[in-house]
Design a binder for this molecule. Structure first.
Ligand code: CDP
Length: 232
């Protein structure tokens, strides 16, 4: 048998606080390993955008159920970049805007929304060879993932990174606005009743406050190698 095809494929779960570099790591790692990448936060953001556009009240169970059955979320790769597609429309830019960031955590507390997203994520990842980033990947979506990471960084560093990211995209949010949003989301995400953000017991914790992207990638690549070796 060809050695390449016999390499076992694993699931890599990356959880952590807002703007702690999960998606940067997931994208870099995906490229390096030839793995798919599922940005589960983008899915909650797309649902939020749909709810806001269609005036779905966050406490109207019937309207939420109807909306969820009308929503289709896909990921496509355009010129090497991940794009989030909501009912055929590329919403990648729109879902990163502050008005969506300000509503996404309340939407993500709704159990019907979580059930629907988790089922789709499990389906997207069932063939393995994927990296998922989010808040509940290692605890709820794929509790049997072969490698679980929990990323953290200081609130100041996370705010600075998100501020710079948004500035490049031409979105003019202030440092204070961004910091308030990140801390508020962390609070809601960590305290909700349904699948709160928490570290899985078997997750490897990485504080990347003082790590470069390259250092972080090297550290995680070594962990991936180790896990795959353990499976052979
Ligand atoms: O990139 P950033 O850290 O700003 O957030 P994100 O990954 O885009 O996620 C946006 C929001 O979606 C989070 O603050 C959570 O409220 C929610 N989320 C969730 O509840 N569960 C996930 N698996 C992923 C995101």
């Amino acid at each position: 048998m060809n050695k390449k095809t016999s390499t076992p494929k694993i699931i890599i779960a990356i959880d952590g606080y807002s703007a702690c570099g999960k998606s940067t790591l997931a994208k870099d790692l995906g490229k390096k390993l030839g793995y798919g990448y599922i940005d589960t936060g983008a899915m909650y953001r797309a649902v939020t955008l749909y709810f806001l556009r269609n005036k779905v009240a966050f406490d109207d169970a019937e309207a939420i159920a109807k909306a969820l059955s009308d929503i289709t979320i896909e990921f496509v790769n355009v010129k090497g970049k991940n794009r989030t597609i909501l009912n055929g429309e590329d919403v990648e830019e729109e879902i990163r805007k502050m008005y969506v960031s300000n509503q996404v955590s309340p939407v993500a507390t709704i159990s019907a929304v979580r059930r629907s997203m988790v089922l789709q994520q499990q389906k997207m990842g069932e063939k393995k060879g994927v990296i998922l980033d989010g808040r509940d990947i290692g605890t709820v979506v794929f509790p049997t993932a072969e490698l679980k990471l929990f990323l953290t960084a200081s609130p100041e560093i996370r705010t600075k990174r998100r501020y710079e990211e948004l500035k490049i995209k031409g979105q003019d949010s202030t440092f204070e606005e961004i910091q308030t949003n990140l801390l508020e989301r962390d609070h809601i995400d960590s305290n909700r009743a349904d699948s709160p953000l928490r570290q899985a017991e078997d997750a490897v914790v990485i504080d990347n406050s003082n790590l470069s992207k390259k250092e972080q990638l090297a550290m995680v690549s070594a962990l991936v190698k180790q896990r795959i070796k353990g499976l052979k």
